[in-house]
Design a protein around this ligand. Structure first.
Ligand code: ARG
Length: 468
């Protein structure tokens, strides 16, 4: 008979049994479920709601079940519906009547909220850990390429010269914000829901703070109705995950472009590329493409959960069981992408010559010519027009700006002198952009130090929160 079968006169239709059972996916929460139940049982014993002996028996039984599951000795049953009732059923088989007291002052509604919160706390830290590793790799690559000149783009048109280090540091910023978002989200995951019961708390004199402390939660939830119907923390996590995927996807898009024959800025290691079944010459950036593609499913999961929660009346509704597959898929996809992306970046070959060459054409130093005039007193708007005409002249005469003679320059403005050539060399264009946050090697070195110190901060945070 079902754990809730007392009120029923016949069994569940077998189709319905398949339909509403969640054990096939929520079995992933077995560790959290057992750990949560142990804390609950200990609290029931301590407060005298059940006897010490009953509490100890339950705890010992749960610990055995944990070992049994990890040793592969447990087969979950679909008719026991979900992980919560599976474990309670197994416990009853194992220790008999005492098991039937475990669910005192508790409901599956607060239990499932607890399990998912515990699971997500851990996964949130895991994702932050992967982001730290990625950041370390990016910082190392950046520090090796402070002088590696490449073109910067707007509208995917060459715009101004920058360095590879500067470009990589842009992603360091994105992933930094991602870590910050996750740490912020973690605060709201880190709240202990048990004690909310089905929706209206319990008549038993429970000690919620004791459970929170044993399970390493920062605080307890405030409102029992909200507690069992809140999935904001899952939505927030998924939102943060979708943003990380968006960043990865943009990065991947650039790597895909950069590995084309046309760009030839980077080459992915053989271990992170694949071939074609028909074209023998091919080496495709499949890993980067797949990460770009998987971004779609993480976005989809976010929309799924948001839509599941939309219009749900308070408090718990079974719709909410649909939160788990989307969440698990996001966690798996995100971790898989980060795990593969980091070593792909670490092992890719950088083609410094092509990058430098790329920075040369396309009049990427035109702004610097205008700045040169402006610095000597020509109003910038006028300088802009003069250089626009200079560029047109150069195009018509198949020359770069560096190749024009001083005479040619003087035809456009008498302000030009011999020092124009030093000013507009590509190296000098980069070096002279020495503002905080700019691409000049000096500014980039400072940015590297800042980023590295910031990373240390997150590492310390992780140290304090991991496994709590
Ligand atoms: N398997 C359910 C879920 O994932 C657990 C809570 C069930 N509660 C209930 N009243 N049916 O949401």
């Amino acid at each position: 008979m079902k754990l809730w079968g007392g009120r029923f006169t016949k069994g569940t239709d077998s189709l319905v049994e398949d339909f509403h059972s969640s054990i096939s996916f929520d079995k992933r929460l077995y560790r959290e479920d057992i750990r949560g139940s142990i804390a609950h049982a200990r609290m029931l014993g301590k407060t005298g709601i059940i006897t010490k002996e009953e509490s100890e028996k339950i705890i010992a039984g749960l610990q055995e079940i944990l070992e049994d599951i990890e040793a592969g000795r447990v087969r979950f049953s679909k008719s026991a519906e979900d992980i919560h009732m599976n474990i309670e059923t197994i416990l009853t088989e194992k220790i008999g009547d005492a098991a039937k007291k475990l669910h005192t002052a508790r409901s599956r509604n607060d239990q499932v909220a607890l399990d998912v919160r515990m699971y997500l706390k851990n996964e949130c830290c895991g994702v932050i850990e992967l982001l730290i590793k990625l950041e370390r790799i990016l910082l190392k690559k950046a520090s090796e390429n402070v002088e590696t000149i490449m073109p910067g783009y707007t509208h995917l048109q060459k715009a101004q010269p920058i360095t590879l280090a500067h470009h990589l540091l842009a992603y360091v910023e994105m992933f930094w914000r991602d870590m910050d978002r996750l740490r912020d989200c973690y605060k709201r995951i880190n709240v202990m829901p048990l004690g909310a019961g089905a929706l209206a708390g319990t008549t038993f004199p429970i000690d919620r703070n004791m459970v929170a402390e044993e399970l390493g939660f920062q605080e307890i939830t405030n409102n029992s109705l909200d507690t069992v119907s809140d999935r904001d923390f899952i939505i927030e996590f998924n939102g943060a995950a979708a943003t990380i995927m968006m960043h990865l996807s943009r990065f991947c898009e650039e790597l895909i472009l950069w590995s084309t024959n046309e760009f030839n800025f980077v080459e992915m290691d053989d271990a992170y590329s694949t071939g074609s079944s028909i074209m023998p010459q091919k080496k495709n950036p499949d890993v980067a493409e797949l990460i770009r593609g998987k971004t779609g499913r993480v976005y989809g999961n976010l929309i799924s959960i948001l839509t599941v929660m939309k219009s749900l009346p308070l408090a718990y509704n079974k719709d909410m069981q649909e939160d788990k597959e989307a969440l698990f898929d996001t966690v798996d996809t995100l971790k898989g992408c980060l795990l593969t992306f980091a070593p792909m970046i670490e092992t890719m070959k950088i083609n410094k010559e092509s990058m430098a060459e790329g920075a040369k054409g396309g009049f990427t130093n035109a702004t610097d010519v205008a700045d040169y005039l402006a610095a000597k007193g020509t109003p910038f708007r006028e300088a802009h027009r003069i250089v626009g005409e200079l560029v047109l002249y150069s195009i018509n005469n198949s020359k770069n700006l560096e190749e024009l003679t001083l005479e040619e320059y003087k035809n456009f403005s008498s302000v030009f002198e011999e020092d124009i050539y030093d000013t507009i060399s590509i190296e000098s264009c980069v070096k002279r952009r020495n503002v905080p946050g700019g691409p000049a090697p000096e500014a980039v070195k400072e940015a590297l130090e800042l980023a590295s110190a910031r990373l240390q901060q997150v590492e310390d945070w992780l140290e304090n929160n991991l496994d709590k």
